[in-house]
Ligand binder design. Structure first.
Ligand code: ATP
Ligand code: MG
Length: 310
């Protein structure tokens, strides 16, 4: 599925990641209703696995993930976040809101402060799986942190771990790094701040998720600095099923096979299907309708569970 940035009057497309498209206000445009220093982050329905963007997309995904991200920003309202004050206007249906964000991206766009992003993916793992599990099997460590022996895939860790990655350029793989390397990249004070903010947000979000019957196995945050105030700000998407692994708590507690235990609300369905049907050479095959529908249904179910009062 190719990325086709939209032509939005007053906005200039500046970047497309695997899933999101970024726009900045067109300088000196009379069309531009956007406040100074803002950016529009538009989530598409694109889905990626193993760093490939797949076809077709998952209908409604951009909107579902934006809604979930906004719910978390709102719930964690004492954590400084990148939503611009005018963002509150979106969804009000007023002329002012319509002028700010065109209808074709309404519901899947965030109006944010443009920050100087730290090139670090701030990953927190409360449970061991994925690349963490692979590393553990080889060396008994995750991101160089030694762990007790005898852990199984999907087990809860003795305590949540900060396992950062260096954010690769588009097309490259992110690279797991040690905390010492984060210190070298951003300096000791900022490295400490990124770690403690990440661990504290994870702990709160994991407890909230658990009260909704969902395990937050791991997640990834991105932070940036507000150039004007110097403040470190939570940015990007937060605690979505693209940036996190969410599992059904009852299934996990019931045990069973790894697949049964890690009944996920993220794109594991896509990853599993792809792993079984593609040898990772050439172009990935088209996702069958059934996989697309099952994935969409799981994304919807997660949003419903998390945002519905427990
Ligand atoms: P990947 O496809 O591996 O996720 P990506 O992270 O570059 O690559 P997206 O997540 O699709 O791609 O795009 C979102 C981009 O916007 C990221 O590069 C993220 O760092 C950046 N970003 C998010 N919030 C802000 C912000 N407030 N200011 C500046 N950049 C931001
Ligand atoms: Mg990203």
């Amino acid at each position: 599925m190719t990325s086709t940035p939209l032509d939005i009057p007053g906005w200039t497309h500046v970047y497309s990641g695997k899933v999101r498209d970024l726009y900045r206000p067109t300088p000196a445009s009379t069309d531009s209703p956007a406040p100074e220093g803002t950016m529009l982050v538009v989530a598409s329905d694109r889905v990626s696995a193993f760093d490939y963007v797949l076809s077709p997309g998952i209908p409604g995904k951009g909107e579902l993930l934006t809604t979930l991200s906004l719910w978390w920003f709102d719930t964690l309202d004492d954590v400084p976040n990148h939503l611009h004050a005018s963002h509150a206007l979106l969804g009000t249906g007023t002329d002012e809101a319509r002028a700010l964000v065109p209808p074709e991206v309404a519901g899947r766009a965030m109006l944010v402060r443009a920050l100087d992003m730290f090139p670090i993916e701030c990953v927190v793992r409360g449970y061991i799986t994925g690349t963490g599990w692979l590393e553990y099997q080889e060396s008994g460590t995750v991101c160089g942190i030694p762990l007790p022996s005898g852990l199984s895939n999907g087990d809860r860790l003795p305590e949540p771990l900060f396992t950062p990655a260096f954010k690769a350029e588009l097309g490259d793989h992110d690279e797991n790094i040690t905390f010492e390397r984060v210190v070298e990249i951003v300096g000791a004070d900022d490295a400490d701040a990124l770690r403690s903010m990440s661990l504290s947000i994870y702990a709160r979000a994991a407890a909230i998720s658990e009260s909704h019957g969902v395990i937050l196995a791991d997640t990834k945050f991105e932070f940036g600095r507000d150039a004007a105030s110097g403040e470190i700000v939570l940015a990007d998407e937060v605690l979505t099923s693209d940036s996190s692994r969410y599992w059904d708590a009852r299934a996990w507690h019931d045990g069973g096979s790894p697949t049964e235990r890690m009944a996920s609300f993220d794109k594991q369905i896509v990853r599993d299907w792809l792993a079984a049907n593609w040898d990772k050479t050439g172009t990935p095959p088209e996702l069958p309708d059934e996989i697309v529908e099952r994935t969409a249904a799981r994304y919807r179910e997660l949003l419903e569970r998390i945002t519905t009062t427990a």
